[in-house]
Design a protein around this ligand. Structure first.
Ligand code: GLN
Length: 465
């Protein structure tokens, strides 16, 4: 199978040294996508459009004409954006998302729409109308999201993270995934799942690549009212700084016997490595850690039920044929277009927002969210970063999630808090665990105060990732 070997930084150097042209790199990447028969990591790709962009690429630009895979829920002008849903199957984006506009301005070339859970709802990649995505490290297991970077059919990718969908797949596939601070990267042009939680971010092979890609897509955007108007630091400059004296917060709630023993060991080894590099370990507490999953699924479903009401058969994508009236048009379009997980979430979201239950569920979940944010504020008064496992268990087998939805939701326990509190968080690879005769990657998660992605990048780089 043809593969794209080399990091974004390495390809950038090769392009700048004119060892190959952006068009040749586009063709290599497109060949690798075509040749991959294992992962089903892509829903579609457009070689011609990418070649057209490559013809005008400026190799002195920050991304030098490098093809970047894009999750299927981020609009790229003229390309289908399906969110892995039948409902959007005929939809073609009429504009670029801000992150894509910035990516193009930085010399990047969008190539390939990566497969995902329908409307980003799920943690396994099994809820896609375009077929299951497989883990390139262990094809009978889930990747937990975009497998393209790990399967070497993409040099780097943009993902979206509402409750962990950048970091979990990164952990399960042994790559780097960074969810930026809420507001750091514009959400304009990202199909909304839960607007107060969604963030676009990089999925890359190295921490250096994450810094390069984050730099390209960050910044204030007047088209997104939640975009933060604050300066974007030089993320690459953070790399190479040492971590001596860095206070690393260890929350007891994240180091429990509920974690897979191999994961605990790999994460502890990384903590020791940080200590050896001169970091100082401090104990912190996140007392509401056990309430985050419940609060998240109430808030995320509530927002999703509202956001997805726009898919009515009139404005976007699919329209049911021969409907007898408007109500039948709405209901049949949605009945035929949405898959079971999306329907489950819309029903749950509508329920928790309905007048009799609003106070019992939605407003209580919002209170929990405030308490979680307070816990982090307190913890960050003692620590510079907070660390732990990305997931409590390695990548589950394909089919497991369908057996127990609750168990699948619980696997988000360590990634959800950063979304609820709007914090930046990054997963880096930290070894493997052996299961059923296979080495499965483990993710090490770091969280930082708002807008301190530099601390995550510096620490990940110091760990040699
Ligand atoms: N697993 C979470 C959910 O299903 C997160 C998904 C995401 O981050 N897009 O809601």
């Amino acid at each position: 199978m043809s593969k794209i070997q080399g990091t974004l930084a390495q390809w950038r150097d090769r392009l700048r040294r004119k060892e190959l042209s952006p068009a040749e790199l586009v063709n290599l990447t497109a060949d690798a996508i075509e040749a991959d028969r294992t992962t089903n990591a892509y829903i579609s790709f457009d070689r011609e459009a990418a070649l057209h962009a490559a013809a005008g690429a400026d190799i002195s630009s920050p991304l030098a004409g490098i093809p970047i895979a894009v999750k299927d829920n981020i609009n790229v002008l003229g390309q289908p954006t399906r969110c892995a849903s039948r409902l959007l199957s005929p939809y073609v984006a009429p504009y670029d998302a801000t992150s894509i506009r910035l990516l193009k301005e930085a010399g990047g070339i969008p190539l390939g729409r990566t497969n995902m859970d329908e409307f980003a709802m799920g943690a396994s990649g099994e809820n896609s109308a375009y077929g299951i995505t497989r883990n390139p490290e262990a094809p009978d297991r889930i990747p937990g999201g975009s497998a393209a970077v790990a399967s070497a059919t993409a040099i780097a990718a943009l993902g979206s993270d509402t409750g962990g969908s950048i970091r979990q797949p990164a952990g399960h596939c042994g790559i780097v995934g960074l969810k930026p601070t809420y507001g750091r990267v514009s959400r304009y042009g990202l199909v909304a799942f839960a607007s107060s939680l969604d963030q676009i971010g990089p999925m890359t092979q190295t921490v250096e690549d994450a810094a390069i890609l984050l730099q390209a897509i960050s910044g204030h955007d007047r088209k997104d009212s939640t975009s933060a108007n604050c300066p974007v630091p030089d993320f690459e400059a953070a790399l190479g700084r040492d971590v001596k004296g860095l206070k690393v917060g260890i929350p007891s709630e994240y180091f429990t016997s509920g974690n897979h023993p191999g994961i605990s060991e790999a994460v502890q080894n990384t903590v020791k490595q940080l200590e050896n590099l001169g970091a100082e370990l401090v104990e912190v507490n996140l007392p509401h850690a056990d309430a985050v999953v419940a609060a998240y699924y109430i808030i995320a479903c509530a927002e999703a039920s509202s956001n997805l009401s726009r898919f009515d058969g009139v404005r976007y994508g699919k329209r049911a044929e021969d409907a007898a009236g408007l109500v039948e048009l709405f209901s049949r379009t949605r009945e035929e277009g949405f898959g079971p997980e999306v329907k489950r979430r819309i029903i749950l979201g509508t329920y928790v927002l309905s007048s009799g239950y609003y106070d019992a569920y939605y407003s209580r979940a919002q209170k929990v969210r405030s308490l979680v944010a307070k816990d982090f504020a307190e913890a960050f008064s003692r620590a510079d970063i907070i660390v732990g496992p990305t997931s409590p268990a390695p990548a589950p087998k394909i089919g497991d999630s369908a057996l127990d939805h609750l168990q699948t939701y619980l696997a988000d326990i360590y990634t959800i808090p950063a979304n609820l509190a709007g914090l930046p968080a990054m997963s880096i690879p930290c070894g493997t665990v052996r299961e059923s005769g296979m080495e499965l990657p483990v993710g090490f998660q770091m969280m930082a105060p708002h807008f301190r992605e530099d601390l995550l990048l510096k620490t990940g780089f110091a760990l040699g990732k």
